[in-house]
Write a protein that binds this ligand. Structure first.
Ligand code: NDP
Length: 477
């Protein structure tokens, strides 16, 4: 049982205990408490980050990188523990959670290397004696607001580049991922000069809001829902802060008649059901051409029925609980809406009894889904997949593009022409051929089109675009 606190200027503060955290996979297990943080503490965290900024940005990139290498090593020594904590706190099966912890390690290591890579280019000047070049400088204090679905990787892929490029950070994790975030900071915080890394826990509507509104916060990097993202964007625009939003998806898998059926089934079920469908890149729609659709629907249902659902701490579990009562309610309401609007349930369709008190929803497959239905348009963020029929590939791409999101999309085909048509026409930031919609690589740019993101990219070298300003320098002797 952990009483999580805020970490400000290198000290653990806040004794005002707030709500209890219970394991979503076993509500009889109390994991700890999260503090009821006040806006005064947000103020203190931002001030600490602002005070630490000058010293941190004036270390060399190599020196900052060396600290990030040490952070990676400390996290690596605790991968099992972090994976188990994340699995307990937000319900992701332990195998996935451990892999996520290992990924957080790789992310820190990748950005540690950034400290010794080039941060600008020399550009010829019209004047022969002028040296013209670009430089990257940090934004200053960066507010990082993260969701609960990747409680280890998302804080890592925002904090590591922010720090590598010389920013100081205030992290506000999701309420449902507070204990995991607090443990990350407990492990790596002391490696940095006081104030470089700060953590504030508590309600997004109170402390997240105060962070976004704070005039000394120069940049906000956010992942979460579209509504919160849009609100943050408005506040940021009003006060001229830089912002980056990663929001939802309604990710389609297009299946052509010539697809390898076994591969489609395995990767579609993985994309839709791992993490109980709580990924922004989760497979949400399966759009199949007529020749393969009946066989595919049958095979998907058969595979879904074999999935082992249960305690996320059991290494054999494929599908755990969803994160909270609110998410459970939202997903069940969506399933009901699918029924009411005329879609046909082939598997699942309600709560699952796994012998534990928790938020378990049976893996659900809908057929006869029409593009006008809510379950074909809105993000569900649960273990639910909707099958739609298309006349041909062009029709499938049209259906796939007929939503407001554009994060990830896959096609399964053996035909290069079909693959290339898809790559050209699909409205998605992450475009996949014979791959699942989820599962992106940390060294490659990540982000979406349309309502899925604010059009910036995270991860890989793309992160430098958000976390720095460019200075164009011209020097004439
Ligand atoms: P939110 O967008 O509310 O939460 C994301 C983060 O924003 C959390 O840290 C939250 O804090 C914080 N936050 C909430 N309100 C504010 C605010 N006014 N100012 C600043 N920060 C704020 O998402 P939910 O957790 O409520 O999930 C709802 C839906 O969002 C899901 O069903 C799913 O559809 C989508 N979602 C998408 C994710 C993605 O990866 N793209 C991830 C998570 C959710 P707190 O937790 O304390 O409220």
């Amino acid at each position: 049982m952990v009483a999580a606190k805020n970490y400000i200027a290198g000290e653990w503060v806040t004794d005002a205990r707030g709500p209890e955290v219970r394991a979503p996979g076993n509500l009889d297990e109390v994991l700890g408490t999260v503090p009821l943080t006040t806006t005064a503490e947000v103020e203190a965290a931002v001030e600490a980050a602002a005070r630490a900024q000058d010293g941190w940005r004036h270390l060399s990139g190599v020196e900052r990188g060396n600290i990030l290498f040490r952070a990676a090593a400390v996290l690596e020594a605790h991968v099992d523990e972090l994976g188990a904590l994340a699995a307990r706190e937000m319900g992701k099966p332990i195998g996935e959670a451990r892999a996520e912890a290992a990924r957080a390690v790789s992310i820190f290591r990748y950005y540690a290397g950034e400290g010794s890579r080039a941060i600008g280019e020399v550009i010829p000047s019209a004047n022969a004696t002028t040296l013209q070049f670009t430089l990257r400088v940090p934004l200053g204090v960066v507010g990082i607001i993260t969701p609960w679905n990747f409680p280890l990787a998302i804080p890592a892929w925002k904090m590591a580049p922010a720090l590598a490029y010389g920013n100081t950070v205030v992290l506000k994790p999701a309420e449902w991922a507070s204990l995991t975030a607090a443990r990350i900071i407990e492990l790596i915080g002391p490696l940095f000069p006081p104030g470089v890394v700060n953590l504030i826990l508590g309600k997004g509507s109170v402390v997240g809001e105060a962070l976004v509104r704070h005039p000394a916060v120069a940049g906000i990097s956010f992942t979460g829902s579209g509504d919160t993202g849009q609100h943050i964007a408005q506040v940021a625009v009003e006060r001229g802060a830089k912002y980056q939003l990663e929001m939802g998806g309604k990710n389609p898998v297009i299946v052509a008649d010539d697809a390898d059926l076994d591969r489609v089934v395995e990767l579609t079920v993985s994309g839709a059901m791992r993490s109980a469908g709580q990924k922004c890149t989760a497979t949400s729609r399966v759009i199949a051409t007529r020749g393969i659709k009946p066989r595919l629907a049958e095979a998907l249902v058969e595979r879904v029925r074999q999935l082992k659902q249960g305690n996320p701490l059991d290494p054999d579990t494929y599908l755990g609980p969803v994160v909270s009562a609110a998410q459970e309610e939202k997903i069940l309401a969506m399933i009901q809406k699918g029924r009411d609007e005329g879609a046909r349930i082939l598997a699942g369709g309600g709560r699952a009894d796994v012998g534990l008190r928790g938020f378990y929803i049976a893996p659900t497959v809908f057929d006869d889904v029409d593009s006008r239905m809510t379950i074909a348009q809105e993000e569900i963020f649960g273990p639910v997949v909707a099958i739609q029929e298309a006349a041909d590939i062009e029709d499938a791409i049209r259906i796939a593009n007929g939503v407001r999101y554009g994060l990830s999309a896959s096609v399964f085909t053996r035909d290069l022409k079909t693959a290339l048509l898809f790559v050209d026409r699909i409205e998605a930031g992450m475009v996949r051929v014979n791959e699942e919609t989820a599962g992106v690589e940390l060294q490659a740019p990540f982000g979406g089109m349309k309502a899925s993101s604010s059009h910036s990219r995270e991860q890989g070298r793309a992160a430098i675009e958000f976390f720095t300003h460019t200075k164009t320098v011209a020097i004439r002797p």
